[in-house]
Each structure stands twice: as C-alpha cells, then as structure tokens.
Design a binder for this molecule. Structure first.
Ligand code: UDP
Ligand code: MG
Length: 202
C-alpha cells in the first residue's frame, strides 16, 4: 500500500545514451529547467550503452557539475531496452520517467505526464500526435506496428513507440524487460492490472 502523497514523490528520469555527444548538454539544460519547475526532488539517470564517441566524457562533466546526475556505464552496446532496464533498476524515485537522449522528446512535456500519475494512473504514455519523422520509412511502419500491437495486446494506445513515458515506480520495477520489449511495457504491465493513460506530447 502506497500511503505517500504522490505530490511528495521524487522523480527519477531514465535516459539511454548511445553516441549522443552533441545532444547531451542541451538535453541536460532543458531537462533540469523543466524538472525544477515541478518543485519536486529529482535525479537524472543516464545510461551509457557502450558509446564509441565522447558521450561518456560529456556525461562525466555533467555529473561533476550537477549532483542530481547519476551515471551507469554498460560494458558494451546492449541496445535501448537493456539500457532502460538498467536505469529502472537503479531509479529511486516514486515516479519514473523515461525519454530519449536525442532531443526528439521535449522535457517540457514531463510535468503533464507526472500530473496524470498524480491523478491515479500507473503508466502514462506520450502520444506524438503530430510526428515530424519521415513518412514512408518511419510513420507508415509505425502506424502498422501500432495497429498490430493494439489488436494483439488489447491495450489501446495511439503510439507504442514513444519512449517518453511516466510510471509509478512499483509498476515498472515489476516488469522484466529483455530483447526489444520496451515498446510493449504498457502491454506487459496491463497484466498487473495497472491503469494506463496517454498524454499528447511535442
Ligand atoms: N540508444 C541506446 N542504445 C542503442 C541505440 C539507441 O541506448 O543501441 C538510445 C539512443 O541514444 C536514444 C534512444 O536510445 O537516446 C533512442 O534511440 P534512437 O533515437 O536511435 O531510436 P529511434 O528514435 O529511432 O526509435
Ligand atoms: Mg530517436
């Protein structure tokens, strides 16, 4: 039984990083700006998934400047799902938010995801209603995948591919992730009887 008032819950942000040197400083700046506005304590967990560029050096300098930054370094490239799973394992917040490092997700959407968790939902998934990706190579396959996953799992979401999500900690910590399963987190978690919602994101 979770007796803690959700507005007291600290937030852990979990971000997988593979060769993102040129994005990390801006990501950190935007993220901290958005999180400070929520007035909650937070930590930012960045998982270096075997980057071969200077990502690790940039991450170390961010950690040096900002004590809220926590780093995990994977021994080699394991893929986005494994990197996310490592971050979820180490997260200490009552609310856990996942997003991409490549600035495709807007940190300013995080407060509205958190607010939905406060309303009582266990998983809140971002919905990229106006996607700016390439039509044929990204949006068409994604539409097909969304339709298939929706039929197969009976969890109705518009956008299964959006990494920007918020979770109640006890829910995501009870989901075992492997392979490329991160797209199916809501479907897997639905078997735990969780309440799922969607929020439109940038
Ligand atoms: N990523 C990772 N390991 C990988 C590939 C990607 O940790 O092997 C990270 C990447 O740095 C980014 C997120 O996972 O933060 C999503 O990756 P990408 O943008 O390549 O995926 P897409 O947007 O094409 O789904
Ligand atoms: Mg991307």
């Amino acid at each position: 039984l979770n007796t803690m008032n959700p507005s007291d819950l600290p937030v852990s942000v979990v971000i997988p990083v593979f060769n993102e040197t040129e994005n990390l400083e801006e990501l950190h700046r935007e993220l901290v700006g958005a999180l400070e506005k929520t007035g909650r304590p937070f930590e930012v967990i960045l998982i270096d998934d075997g980057s071969t560029d200077s990502s690790w050096a940039v991450l170390r300098s961010l950690q040096h400047k900002d004590g809220r930054v926590k780093l995990i370094c994977l021994r080699r490239n394991f893929g986005q799902t494994a990197a996310l799973a490592a971050g979820f394992d180490h997260a200490r917040g009552g609310i856990i938010v996942s997003l991409d490092a490549d600035l495709q997700n807007d940190p300013n959407d995080i407060p509205s995801l958190i607010q939905k968790i406060e309303e009582g939902y266990d998983i809140v998934s971002g919905w990229r209603r106006r996607r700016k990706d390439k039509f044929l190579t990204r949006r068409v396959p994604s539409t097909i995948a969304n339709t298939l996953i929706s039929r197969l799992t009976r969890v109705r979401l518009h956008d299964y591919g959006c990494t920007l999500k918020a979770f109640r900690s006890e829910v995501i910590k009870n989901v075992k992730l492997y392979g490329e399963l991160h797209r199916f987190i809501p479907a897997i978690a639905s078997q735990l009887g969780v309440r799922i919602s969607e929020v439109e994101v940038n």
